[in-house]
Design a binder for this molecule. Structure first.
Ligand code: HEM
Ligand code: NAG
Length: 416
């Protein structure tokens, strides 16, 4: 359907949550009607040639992915997200975070995407309780600063919640139950009634998982815009500043190094190309000089003024230095056609990380290979004096006891 004109019908970009459920019904109804009329009036609509109807015809056509007109998406009702098997031996108290160690001996700016196994979409572990409590506190304190849901992606907000209500109880059966349209988090007893018109779907979705969520909508210019999301643990960026921006501007306004040259073209192509059955995943890392998972105060206030590393003070002790790494997944929702970007942060003290074989040397090499632009972007000066010598010392300790680099894990993101 024509997503942009649906927004015009709604009239404003942000609106009252009480109306959400009501509005989402017409959007779904229009969508269903398009699909229905396609199957019943095929010959009739094909024979019509009036130009004002051409957009409707576009929406009724089964396009090859690369020929799909910008901003159009025909709901794919045949595709059903596969139900995942239970995560092996998953337990809220004992399942450890997956040890992604997503740094190489040499740092390069790259999209670094890999195909994602649909079963592995959302990863939960024994940090869930900590993440969940922090998310609740942040949502309570920050309210609408945590989330956005423009008219363009109200349906997508409900759709992502629905996807999670189907995925999570199958993947983590000891954790969730979805019955009679009510999602329950079993260990906490929290419930989310999907028939409740006051339910904020994107906030509810974010409360279930450890990830933050961003919704990206393709418009008629072919670009992807941030039109919704729930961002409670961003670390270094502000949702309010990015809402409404297109992918390129989201990145250039954050000063992502080499964006124009290394990332822009590939990323825009990738976004267009992602289909319901071809999700992708990527991992990144940052060094942080405080232990705040939610917002790093080192770069400035979360709500006011400029943020950046320039004014950030230098760490004086290794205990202040943390490794922050995100696992980011990108997948297409079948009905709305909106892209869901989930960001799961893994966060550990450097003093823990260095206990793992190969890690100190590889991280040190990686940091030493940062070019000046990367150094500036990632706040190198705030940790170099304490972190670099510390890593060198730990690497030497490992080497002194005979660590064999021939046996270092080869595959990014290097699970230990
Ligand atoms: C879809 C929604 C996305 C949003 C809202 C988003 C947003 C951002 C933001 C705010 C930053 C700056 C973060 C910081 O400095 O703390 C950033 C960095 C970056 N983004 Fe994105 N991004 C998205 C998707 C992607 C994708 C799919 C890719 C690659 C295919 C990508 C590649 C990068 C890279 C390379 C950086 C530099 C830091 C890093 O290595 O992660 N982004 N992004
Ligand atoms: C729905 O998605 C599946 C998987 O990508 C694809 O094979 C099928 O052709 C799609 N159906 C329509 C109507 O686009």
């Amino acid at each position: 359907m024509d997503i942009s004109s649906a927004a015009q019908q709604v009239g404003s970009s942000f609106f009252d949550f009480d109306k959400l459920a009501l509005l989402s019904v017409p959007v779904v109804a229009i969508t269903a009607y398009f699909t229905y009329s396609k199957s019943t009036n095929k010959s009739k609509s094909k024979s019509s040639s009036s130009s004002e109807k051409s957009k409707l015809h576009d929406a009724l056509t089964d396009y090859k992915p690369q020929e799909r007109p910008f901003g159009f998406w025909k709901p794919n009702y045949t595709y059903k997200t596969p139900t995942p098997p239970p995560y092996p031996n998953w337990d809220l108290k004992t399942t450890l975070p997956i040890p992604y160690r997503a740094f190489r001996h040499k740092y390069v700016v790259t999209m670094g995407i890999r195909k994602m196994e649909p079963d592995s979409w959302i990863e939960l572990d024994n940090d869930w309780e900590y993440f969940h409590a922090l998310k609740l506190k942040r949502i309570e304190e920050r309210k609408e600063k945590c989330w956005a849901l423009n008219a363009l992606c109200v349906t997508a907000g409900w759709e992502v919640l629905e996807e999670l209500c189907n995925y999570l109880p199958a993947r983590y059966p000891s954790m969730f139950k979805f019955e009679n349209r009510v999602m329950e988090i079993l260990p906490t007893g929290e419930t989310f009634d999907l028939t409740d018109p006051k339910l904020n779907p994107i906030v509810a979705a974010a409360k279930l998982i450890q990830d933050d969520i961003v919704l990206m909508v393709e418009k008629e210019d072919g670009h992807y815009y941030l039109e919704g999301g729930c961002s409670t643990l961003p670390g270094f960026w502000r949702l309010g500043e990015k809402a409404g921006l297109k992918l390129d501007d989201i990145h250039t306004t954050s000063g992502v190094p080499q964006y124009e040259k290394q990332l822009k073209t590939g990323m825009n192509k990738l976004f267009r190309r992602i289909d319901v059955d071809s999700p992708v995943v990527r991992n990144n890392y940052f060094i942080q000089t405080d232990n705040h998972l939610d917002w790093s105060p080192a770069i400035g206030d979360e709500d006011e003024g400029e943020i950046g590393w320039k004014k950030a003070k230098e760490a004086s002790d290794i205990s202040e230095v943390f490794f922050r790494s995100e696992r980011q997944c990108l997948k297409r929702l079948p009905i709305s056609g909106v892209l869901v970007f989930t960001v799961r942060t893994y966060f550990i003290p450097i003093t823990e990380l260095v206990k793992e074989d190969y890690v100190p040397r590889r991280l040190l090499d990686g940091l030493n290979s940062w070019t000046d632009d990367i150094r500036q972007y990632k706040g190198f000066h705030t940790f170099e004096k304490v972190l670099l010598p510390y890593l060198e010392e730990k690497a030497k300790e490992q080497e002194a006891r005979g660590l064999d680099y021939g046996k270092e894990p080869k595959d990014f993101p290097y699970f230990q």
